[in-house]
Design a protein around this ligand. Structure first.
Ligand code: ATP
Length: 358
């Protein structure tokens, strides 16, 4: 297990308004093979009204991070640490110590989630309208007001409200269903929208158009968006900031364009080099060698050291703290400058443009 990384990740003190504060947040499962720590002492501040992209390879802990935010980790997973949610008005909320009814209220009303594979979560025997009604009733919200809002959201998402509300899920295309689901998740006007791989099942064009609609929604409704994906280039054009996860913790964060242009962690650089892009030569692409760590057996020291071209004895022995790469940009590596000069990758315009204009 890696040593606890106590360096905070987030904006410099006093800058921006924090909506979520995570301190030493871990998730563990007791397995026959031993304790499986699938989120490992995460420290993170999320800014109000930002779009935060959380990226990393499959199995790096992204979904656990999302689930932990709402204390929604599946049984028998245990979440520890401190998660504080700061509503726009009112007292800070200690998320991990809420009663069930308080937690239910927080979900949907304040923080809404669209999970992986959520499109199939529409009940096939219910019209889309019934799903909205069910949610509105379950939260005892004003029916007329909320349905008006639902129609507004559906129009914002370029859907015909009458047609969609009166359809069964199977009567809608994948892209329409996904947009209807986003509208449903926003019907109670939450402050925060957490999306875990929401577009993975859609084709590239549809993914990009949904991302651009999300950007509009964020602006129109002053949302804080946490967008989780393994597809770094996809989210880079949408997100204000990126947080890169490796082995169940963040290893780099910073403004999106800066992370993509000038990544400070060898893992982020490898990740950038491993993804396809339209105008980067195919021969420049390299899969990341080695295997992602097993949560029961995370390497000592820097968890990336077995795969890192720069690793030396120091990296094997101790866990590097965050080192500043730029303003509000840091990487947990002893050798940031060396990584920037010796671990190559090319950044194409396409990557930087991300979802824009596609
Ligand atoms: N119910 C569970 N019990 C035990 N371990 C689990 C459980 N669910 C997930 N894990 C483990 O937690 C680790 C992190 O998984 P997580 O789903 O957060 O990764 P991810 O980065 O979201 O990956 P992906 O992009 O593939 O969804 C993985 O090693 C996974 O095997």
């Amino acid at each position: 297990m890696t040593a606890t990384n106590t360096t905070d990740i987030g904006p410099a003190t006093g800058e921006g308004d924090i909506i979520f504060e995570l301190r030493d947040v871990s998730v563990s499962f007791e397995m026959e093979r031993g304790e499986s720590r699938v989120l490992d002492s995460v420290n993170m501040d999320i800014k109000r009204e930002e779009i935060l992209g959380v990226v990393g390879e499959s199995g790096s802990g992204k979904s656990m991070f999302a689930a932990a935010l709402l204390d929604a980790v599946v049984h028998p997973g245990v979440v520890t640490g401190e998660i504080t949610y700061y509503p726009r008005d009112g007292e800070p909320v200690d998320v991990l110590n809420l009663r069930d009814d308080e937690l239910r209220r927080l979900r949907w009303n304040e923080i809404s989630m669209v999970f992986q594979g959520a499109m199939s979560s529409f009940n096939p025997t219910m019209k889309i309208k019934d799903h909205f009604e069910e949610t509105i009733h379950a939260h005892r919200a004003n029916y007329t007001e909320r349905m008006q809002h639902a129609r507004r959201l559906l129009s914002d998402l370029y859907l015909d409200p009458d047609r969609v509300l009166n359809s069964y899920p199977h009567e809608l295309s994948g892209g329409m269903k996904q947009r209807a689901l986003i509208a449903l998740s926003l019907v109670l006007e939450p402050e925060v929208l957490v999306m875990d791989e929401p577009t993975a099942a859609l084709d590239l064009l549809m993914q990009r158009s949904i991302l651009s609609l999300l950007a509009d929604l964020q602006e129109n409704y002053n949302l804080t968006v946490i967008f989780i994906t393994h597809d770094l280039p996809l989210v880079a054009g949408l997100a204000d900031r990126l947080g890169v996860m490796y082995a169940f913790d963040f290893v780099e964060y910073g403004p999106s364009a800066e992370v993509v242009e000038d990544a400070g962690h060898p893992y982020t650089r490898a990740l950038l080099r491993s993804v396809p892009s339209v105008d980067a030569a195919l021969k420049e692409m390299r899969p990341i060698e080695g295997e992602a760590p097993d949560p029961v057996n995370v390497p000592q020291g820097c968890s990336y050291h077995p795969r890192c071209p720069l690793a030396d004895r120091r990296c094997v022995e101790s866990n590097p703290p965050f080192d500043e790469v730029g303003a509000d940009h840091a990487a947990a590596c002893f050798y940031v400058e060396q990584a920037q000069t010796e671990v190559p990758y090319t950044v194409s315009e396409e990557r930087l443009a991300g979802g824009e204009g596609q």
